[in-house]
Design a protein around this ligand. Sequence first.
Ligand code: PHE
Length: 366
Amino acid sequence: MSAPDSQPPRGALDDADIDRWATQATAAIAAAQSTAELKAVRLSHDGPKSPLALANRALGGLAPELRRAAGARVGAARSRVNIALTKRQDELQAVELAQRLSAERVDVTLPAELAPLGQPHPISALMERLGDVFVAMGWEIAEGPELEAAWMNFDALNMGPHHPARATSDTLFVDPVEHNLVMRTHTSPVQIRSLLSRPLPIYIVCPGQVYRADEFDATHVPVFHQIEGLVVDRGITMGHLKGALDHLAQAMFGAVSTRIRPSYFPFTEPSAEIDLECFVCHGASVLDPDAPCRTCASEGWIEWGGCGVVNPRVLAACGVDAEVYSGFAFGMGVERTLMFRNAATDMRDMVEGDIRFSRALKGEAR
Ligand code: PHE
């Protein structure tokens, strides 16, 4: 940047000087390469101590007849300088803005690091999915407490005071014992609660958590989940039960064979166990002694849950006329269902909370 070459004289103003200062100023303005440079140019060529500003001030000391023409010349020169300054300022600002925009550009095509999203636990997701199968058929979701009256959990389900399931080895009793409270050992007390509180007919399912003083190993956890089903209506038979369970099996596993096998539960009569075709050997291990299957112990079938026709004594305990109404009930293990659906072989993975397990089973969550 070049500085003006001389100071204005104290006496008369030379026209040539004025033109030269203006020309020097516009040359310096044009040469400025940044707004910072232009600021310095503005100070030296148009600031209070610049020759043109001083010349302007000197006008006052001139004889009136000289002042007019000199004033016009200085004014024209200063306005030329000012127009050039404004124009250059705009140009440089535009260039600098463009440079900044390109330097600070965000590349939206770069791979982003996404924060991991939370998701329901596979068991929670599956319980919802199981419930949905029945909601789609018009059934309702019922609920009951996990801390339950022993009467609901046992007595009303036709399990008298001496039934082996009441022994402390299976049931978690809650202090003080005389209050007769237990951690529910199955979701079946929700059958009783529904029979006592709902108008007939009843079509409900109850997915929920249950407790047993059990081992902690690959196929047992002391806190697990069941889905209970209860239908009470006129003319309900075992055939309706089989149809409902086959529908559930298909919704969960697609085309898979099921079988029901005689069993015993105090609250159903007749009672059955429902089995699913082994998801590993599909029954092949039964015929081939050289290829045993650990998953089904070479039985070809895996137990899924219990079921049966509601025992008339249960209906009677809840004040339902067993001559008019009949029903069926079932209770499936949710952990078992997850094992079949996802070939998960160790139940402990489901409770240990390792996020890699949930992530691998992300498909259960919607
Ligand atoms: N409550 C039984 C259990 O936990 C399962 C069951 C439910 C059986 C309903 C029959 C009817 O093993």
